[in-house]
Design a protein around this ligand. Structure first.
Ligand code: 13P
Length: 253
């Protein structure tokens, strides 16, 4: 059965000292509280803090993920980080295709597909983001956009490979805006995504895939979002920067 996952995408925030304080706070709260059954937490800090987070993490508390990876094996790619490097740090998850990377760094579906391949080759679970911008939603194109992103980014995989994937649906109009998709809007598109997976890989693979919601998810709305049958957790931006809020979201299951 698929897992409930609450993943924190810190984006480009926190000094080393602040990051240390945040992860320490998360650890302390997790020691005090018992997470709901079948719920897993992932912390995705900036690259320089990955090792500090893995030093703290213990599989029973939280996993550590990166926010990006390069689509090549190794070599002359100044400033980039490879999947092999992440593996050597024992990183087990990595966000791919976030809308900010698509918008600011030209990350196309073809690049997403290559990054996914690099991660799988190194036994790292890709957390693959999809989602439409406001104009696309207003034009009723959200299903076409998400279908294209999922098909072109992921449907070259074998069913076994697809089993390693986590999907995050993040409507771009809800990211960092305070606007959240309604629970019905989230459920509608999550069910659509699961249907796409079922058509391609069969019901069992689809039923085992965790599909997370992202976009202004916070303690006050997590419960109603997670109550939907096809919403298996969240990819959290702003609210993951406060230990209490991050843990409260996970307690919403
Ligand atoms: P916010 O939770 O800040 O809207 O960000 C969502 C997001 O982009 C997570 O990847």
């Amino acid at each position: 059965m698929r897992k409930n996952i609450v993943a924190g995408n810190w984006k480009m925030n926190k000094s080393f000292g602040e990051a240390d304080e945040l992860v320490n706070g998360i650890m302390t709260l997790l020691e005090e509280k018992e997470l709901p059954e079948n719920t897993m937490m992932i912390v995705c800090p900036p690259f320089p803090y990955l090792e500090m987070c893995t030093d703290y993490s213990n599989d029973s508390y939280f996993m550590v993920g990166a926010q990006n990876v390069n689509d090549n094996d190794k070599g002359a790619y100044t400033g980039e980080v490879s999947a092999e490097m992440l593996k050597s740090l024992e990183i087990e998850y990595c966000i791919v295709g976030h809308s900010e990377r698509r918008a600011y760094y030209g990350e196309t579906d073809a690049i997403v597909a290559r990054k996914v391949d690099q991660l799988l080759k190194n036994e790292i679970h890709p957390i693959v983001c999809c989602g439409e911008v406001l104009e696309e939603r207003e034009a009723g194109k959200q299903f076409d956009v998400v279908r294209r992103q999922i098909t072109d980014g992921l449907f070259h995989l074998t069913p076994e490979q697809f089993g390693e994937i986590v999907i995050a649906y993040e409507p771009v109009w809800a990211i960092g805006t305070g606007k959240t998709a309604t629970p019905a809007q989230a459920q509608e598109i999550h069910a659509f995504i699961r249907g796409l997976i079922a058509d391609k890989y069969g019901k069992e693979v689809a039923d085992n895939t965790s599909i997370l919601y992202g976009g202004s998810c916070k303690p006050s709305n997590a419960k109603e979002l997670f109550a939907n049958p096809d919403v298996d957790g969240g990819l959290i931006g702003g609210a993951s920067l406060k230990a209490e809020d991050f843990i409260d979201i996970a307690m919403a299951f």
